[in-house]
Design a protein around this ligand. Structure first.
Ligand code: 5GP
Length: 178
């Protein structure tokens, strides 16, 4: 099936790489001296971001994944967050960094932070590649944000529209035909 929408580049691959380098230095500052940082990627949208981020981190890391329900194939977020796939490892007493693709309404990150905090990690911080503050319904902010963006539907760099476009190397805005 063809693609009946176009994509305008919003953030280039080069800008993303530069931002990740800077963020990695901040994360190293915060978690320096950690025994082993558990980096938790929220599936599926964060898989490219987490891959680039961990390779930039000069820290001992363990990588784990959590899948929470999100948009399905639609453009509207559902309010209820369900855990579809839990972590493989224990995080009690560990240093944890949750990696999210986009904080939109904030429901997903807020639910994930609540769940993981209940497991009593030593430290729990969060990082989101993108933040859409104008869409927020829950008062939450990631510890670190890559880029603040306006209220647009974006794809690329791991983020999909109906399971397409995750392989774009940049972040682009979806433009639907009039
Ligand atoms: P929230 O719970 O903060 O409303 O939604 C977070 C999740 O919604 C993100 O992890 C992402 O999966 C999805 N999401 C939010 N904005 C966009 C967007 O512009 N494009 C895509 N593809 N997914 C989005």
């Amino acid at each position: 099936m063809g693609q009946d929408y176009s994509i305008d580049q919003m953030i280039s691959a080069k800008s993303i790489a530069a931002r990740i380098e800077a963020l990695a230095r901040e994360i190293e500052g915060r978690f320096g001296g950690t025994d082993k940082l558990v980096v938790v990627g929220l599936l599926r949208g964060s898989f490219v971001f987490i891959a680039d981020l961990v390779r930039e981190l000069d820290l001992p890391v363990e990588v784990d994944f959590l899948e929470a329900s999100s948009y399905g194939d639609a453009m509207e977020s559902s309010r209820e967050v369900r855990i579809l796939k839990d972590l493989r490892g224990e995080i009690a007493g560990r240093d944890v960094l949750v990696v999210e693709d986009i904080v939109d309404t904030g429901h997903t990150l807020s639910a994930v932070v609540k769940l993981l905090s209940s497991r009593e990690p030593a430290r729990l911080e969060t990082i989101a590649l993108l933040d859409k503050p104008s869409r927020r319904e829950v008062d939450i902010r990631a510890t670190w944000t890559g880029f603040e963006i306006p209220d647009a539907f974006v794809v690329g760099y791991g983020i999909d529209y109906a399971q397409r476009n995750r392989n774009l190397p940049y972040i682009g805005e979806v433009r639907l035909p009039d």
